[in-house]
Design a protein around this ligand. Sequence first.
Ligand code: TPP
Ligand code: SF4
Length: 295
Amino acid sequence: MSLDYRRYLDETALPLMWCPGCGDGTILKALLEAFASLGLERERVVVVTGIGCWGKADDYIRTNAIHGTHGRALAVATGVKAYRPDLTVVALMGDGDCATIGGNHFIHAARRNIGITAVVSNNLNYGMTGGQFSGTTPAGSKTSTSPYGHAEDGFDLCRLADAAGANFVARTTAYHYRQMVRLIKEALLEPGFAMVEVASPCPTYYGRLNRQGSAREMWRSLKDRARSVGEEGGEARTGVAPGQRPDEEPRSKPADVIVTGVLVRRTRPDFAARYSDVCRRAMKEGGGEAQLDAR
Ligand SMILES: Cc1ncc(C[n+]2csc(CCOP(=O)(O)OP(=O)(O)O)c2C)c(N)n1
Ligand code: SF4
């Protein structure tokens, strides 16, 4: 394993603030390794975070960074990418940030197909504020705000991104480090909206309240429950394997299976390309008076 990722790591900010057994440290390393193996220039990368445990990741990253507000990472990232499509823009979000308070931004970033790479640490709850339920918490789960079991179903983030039109949608787990690096790299190379969901353990809250055992047992369970798309059982959870229509998917899914790999790959033109076209038309049809910047 190359140590090049350290170029992107702010070692002066160590030790990491995350609890022992949390998945976020591993996701951080995978992200930095993806940066290193693509040889990204630090000055040309903008990492945008919201608020939350995973939202603290920018503290450790030596690129440009904006620590936004809760649920608004994609709104900020959209502004950056719209103004500077030449930069690599990465949004790091927890499931609360991405799919709950920030859900509307998530849907519209995917619909707009804007060239942002979203890396979502999905630990099924609001970690930072004490383990409340989020938009991905599965029905029946115990959280600090659902001590008798959660009454709602959770979003499947990948299906949501797919339905909204994202070009690249993938899932992995914090356990599957090599796959995580590979998927993040692919996402960074995608011109349109790309989302990598990482199933990540929160042993401190979700794991403890749902009696999922020690941190080690939670990590082992991620290993055991993962099925690559195409593998037996791999379509059960999401059915968005290439060539399969969403309406062919089973609606109810075995909660214990986590389908991993690239679930959606499209070639829709991204926002920057479409907006450039509009600007060119405006310049032409507006008789050269339009001053829009097509970049
Ligand atoms: C507008 C707003 N609402 C609520 C909060 C409180 N808050 C901060 S972090 C957080 C939850 C974070 O959960 P998630 O995004 O899933 O990230 P995690 O901590 O699990 O990584 C909440 C509710 C806030 N900071 N701002
Ligand atoms: S509370 Fe959960 S998500 Fe937050 S650092 Fe601890 S284990 Fe990780």
